[in-house]
Design a protein around this ligand. Structure first.
Ligand SMILES: Cc1cc2nc3c(=O)[nH]c(=O)nc-3n(C[C@H](O)[C@H](O)[C@H](O)COP(=O)(O)O)c2cc1C
Length: 397
């Protein structure tokens, strides 16, 4: 592989959150062809084992021990990590108000929820995260298969290491495809048509990432993205074409319509928080609103997702599902988000930590842990069905 090709791939793939690094395509290509430091980094995890998880936060330490520092730093937050910390604080500052003496037994607990026609065994799913070849030697495949083993939804990233067709086959559960739009609308058309042909049942338009998310630590380490991790969806062997570098930044509400018309699938919008943006997304036909700040990995300084949830639920007013991610680490976090009106919540890093520490069985273990924690939270709050959760279960603080 030539140096410039390697540099192009490296610059393109960095971050997994987006496919371009600079303000315009010309600058991006120039940067891609500039000399990059040689990448000399030990390989990703090859683990495949069930995990004994005490807490998801303890699992992060486990993943940190297994992954080389550059690979671990790939998952880090942007900037000061303020938004990243806010995501956790927002959950923790919201006390739960259990009901007592409700006659609810363990056998009554029912975590099932329906999301755009899919019945999920629990209201938690795996978020799209790009470049999972950074984390595990089999990239997205164990994450998809572990999520499928848990019976829940896997969202494949448009910036995945493996092509979407290969990921689609790895999961036995429902699956959606997330797109980072290209300036070339022909590329977008091909991507969503391939997604439909591969069995993905919805398209997720990510609106909050117009460039790569990179932690200070990742930058300090020289952005150590191995050159061989090209974005799988642009592989011509799978019908990919175009320049993966050429990310469309001037996204607008008409892109929702375009994706709907070209794919014939429901289109969700991920990363819209402002009430008016939500209203316009709905007017353009969004099938669901996904409140997210990219896990604090894009723009530092924006509010916690949990702080934006109430407004989003109120604007949507039951017309479509509202999803949330960013900072979900415990069953009680899922409980709180659902009590506020979310239909389901996504996990990004927790699945990646499970992937690093245990491959597909590790991801399955993450879901087993969240299921157990959710069940306990429901029992101790005297509520049997997740669909019965409402704001009465939260303290008015
Ligand atoms: C390493 C990494 C890569 C990500 N890549 C993508 C991506 O390709 N597309 C996307 O929509 N979101 C991406 N995200 C954001 C996740 O979908 C999700 O919003 C976030 O991880 C949720 O926060 P959490 O990690 O605290 O659970 C990425 C997040 C991480 C940590």
């Amino acid at each position: 592989m030539t140096t410039s090709r390697r540099n192009l791939i490296q610059a393109v793939a960095v971050g997994g959150a987006a496919l371009a690094a600079t303000q315009d395509a010309t600058k991006a290509i120039a940067q891609a062809n500039a000399p990059m430091p040689a990448v000399d980094m030990p390989g990703p995890s090859t683990q495949e084992r069930a995990l004994k998880i005490v807490s998801i936060e303890a699992l992060e330490d486990e993943a940190r021990k297994i992954l080389p520092p550059g690979r671990f730093a790939f998952m880090g937050p942007a900037g000061d990590g303020w938004t990243y910390r806010e995501n956790r604080r927002a959950f923790n500052e919201l006390p739960i108000m259990p009901r007592r003496l409700q006659g609810v037994d363990e056998k009554d607990i029912d975590l099932r929820t329906t999301l755009l026609g899919h019945e999920l065994p629990l209201p938690v799913f795996t978020c799209p995260t790009g470049g999972q070849g950074m984390i595990h030697a089999k990239a997205e495949l164990p994450n998809a298969s572990g999520t499928g083993m848990a019976g829940t939804l896997f969202v494949a990233s448009g910036a995945s290491t493996k092509p979407m067709e290969v990921i689609a086959k790895a999961t036995s559960g429902p699956k959606w495809f997330q797109i980072y739009m290209n300036r070339d609308m022909g590329v977008n058309r091909t991507l969503v048509q391939r997604a439909k042909a591969a069995g993905f049942s919805a398209i997720v338009l990510t609106a909050d990432a117009l460039g790569p998310g990179q932690s200070d630590e990742f930058i300090r380490l020289g952005r150590p993205f191995p050159p061989d991790l090209a974005p799988g969806n642009y592989d011509p062997a799978y019908g990919g074409h175009g320049n993966p570098h050429d990310q469309k930044r001037d996204l607008s509400f008409s892109d929702i319509t375009f994706l709907r018309e070209e794919s014939g699938l429901p289109v969700l919008v991920k990363g819209v928080d402002q009430p008016d943006d939500i209203r316009q997304s709905l007017a353009a036909g969004a099938a669901a609103i996904w409140v997210s700040n990219h896990g604090g990995r894009q723009m530092d300084g924006v509010p916690a997702s949990m702080h934006m949830l109430r407004g989003a639920v109120d604007v949507v007013a039951g017309r479509v599902p509202v999803l949330l991610d960013s900072g979900v680490r415990r069953g009680i976090d899922v409980f709180r988000a659902l009590a506020f009106g979310a239909t389901a919540v996504g996990i990004g890093r927790p699945a990646l930590w499970g992937l690093a520490a245990g491959g597909s069985l590790g991801v399955k273990s993450v879901y087993a842990q969240l299921t157990a924690e959710m069940r306990t939270a429901m029992l101790l709050s005297g509520v049997a069905k997740v669909t019965d959760l409402n704001r009465d279960y939260l303290a008015k603080v």
